[in-house]
Design a protein around this ligand. Sequence first.
Ligand code: NDP
Length: 322
Amino acid sequence: MVTAKAWVLKKHFEGFPKTSDFDLKKIELPNLKDGGEQKLLLESVFLSVDPYMRYNFLSFLNFWIVESKNPAFTVGAFVVGARGWRTHFISDGKDLQLLPSSWPESLPKSLALGTVGMPGLTAYFGLLEVCKMKPGETVLVNAAAGAVGSVVGQLAKIGGCKVVGCAGSDDKVAYLKKLGFDEAFNYKTVKSLDEALRKASPDGYDCFFDNVGGEFASVAINQMKKYGRIAVCGAISQYNDSVPQKGPYVQIPMIFKELHMEGFLVSRWNNRREEGLQALLKWVVEGKVKYHEQVTEGFENMPMAFIGMLKGENLGKAVVKV
Ligand code: NDP
């Protein structure tokens, strides 16, 4: 019999999450059965901490198979799935994804939670299908040094665009320059966001990949070019508000600049997941897309890693190594 450790919520978050909102429990798992549903025993290797968990306490996990009574999964294989914050699981094998067979041995398996996983796919489909970026255009991305934003900027460069990114520290800005962003600035220290955006691209922006929402988006929308496209990916500046923020509102610039603004969830392209993963994996292997991971050691530190990511302590993808 295996005892799993699991983080549970004492009550749903109010305002910014606190470590006291979480409780660590032990759960005894049953033995595997030959028939029925209980066919795989999984052990978490890496767990992902993502902004959406503020609303939905599931995590993408990268685990390996410890015991298998399902011929489709061999012991030792690595899989990814969305589950709770737990060290061990019993599974029927449904909704588990094996890593692509072309995954090189030298590449960290944790990338399946980041650049070659859900955040990478968000960047890929958001840019191609929502922003519909074209070579020669100018792309703006915020939270640019994070899991999604860092891939957005690099894919836009591969696509022949000029890229402007902003992030919340000078170290992050230096990292963006290293990744090949044409312009980058620290949105926390600029005197005027409006001026910083104008200086970075005096002609305005064709595409805006918005991870932040709120005031940033209200300022940026006024600097879109005519017929510009805005991919509303996230609104992290609003997730922890107890009282919803108020305008300025988007209608006037939307009308006069004839903008296209579209919210999306990456799951819309689940049927093209393989295409996206293969493209991202190829670029990573070729060195065209670089990655950085903020690894927190120890399952016990998972709430701290989650809260740290919401505060902006992560460079690249925040993951927890069990
Ligand atoms: P990140 O790795 O980018 O981590 C979050 C980052 O957000 C922090 O590092 C911090 O960076 C920034 N941030 C936090 N608070 C604020 C704030 N008030 N204003 C501006 N920036 C802030 O996370 P992800 O890459 O995983 O996610 C990025 C966004 O994409 C999120 O909004 C998320 O919800 C969204 N998302 C949407 C998906 C979809 O399907 N639509 C799928 C996946 C993610 P900094 O230091 O720069 O402030």
